[in-house]
Design a binder for this molecule. Structure first.
Ligand SMILES: [Cu+2]
Length: 202
């Protein structure tokens, strides 16, 4: 994520706030129009790569600077004993149970006014953390898939993937959870408020 500030001479003309707003809006419209097709396909259960049925966040390969902060589908159905896989697209968490922080409230203000990241939002909970290895050069062909197995879940505790995502170099990351008891299990992303869904296990 990068940006730049251009400092102009005092007498140079600079765009007005409304010019900047208009430019930003048209950039946004252009990005949205590129994402609408893939988004509608995903909502209809159509993903461009095999083996993907559930995603945490979504986007389009040719749009690197915008993504969709949504769980697709929002309702996932599973049978007792079934291992469910979610493909983590950008940086999100997939978290079940009573969350240690309110989704989106991952920054806390210290008495000195400095903002700190709330580590509880991004730590994996309820299973051993995945080994963090260096990512290699991109391989030819479809991106490799790495699996982060979250183990089993019966609704009795907090469980979270931690803050994870896929990246173009090391490939897709799938987080899996095996449901051992019938029930309805809501899940959220601790980074983005309103990003959630439910697993219905029967
Ligand atoms: Cu998120």
């Amino acid at each position: 994520m990068t940006g730049s500030i251009v400092v102009k001479n005092k007498d140079d003309k600079v765009p007005s706030a409304s010019d900047v707003d208009k430019a930003a809006q048209s950039e946004k419209d252009a990005l949205v129009s590129k994402l609408v097709g893939p988004y509608n396909d995903a909502k209809a259960g159509k993903f461009p790569l095999p083996g993907i049925t559930n995603v945490v966040g979504y986007g389009a390969q040719d749009v690197q600077n915008a993504s969709i902060n949504e769980m697709i589908p929002a309702t996932v159905k599973a049978k007792v004993g079934q291992k469910v896989a979610w493909t983590m697209i950008a940086f999100h968490t997939l978290s079940f149970g009573k969350t240690p922080i309110e989704p989106g409230k991952f920054l806390t203000k210290a008495p000195d006014g400095a903002w700190h990241l709330n580590e509880q939002a991004f730590a994996p909970v309820g299973f051993p953390p995945a080994p963090q290895g260096p990512s290699g050069p991109p391989a030819a062909g479809p991106p490799p898939v790495k699996t982060l197995d979250g183990g089993t879940y019966d609704g009795n505790a907090f469980k979270s993937s931690g803050g994870v995502g896929s990246d173009p170099e090391s490939g897709l990351l799938q987080y899996t959870v095996t449901f051992t008891k019938a029930g309805s299990y809501p899940f959220v992303c601790l980074v983005h408020p309103k990003m959630g869904g439910v697993v219905q296990v029967s």
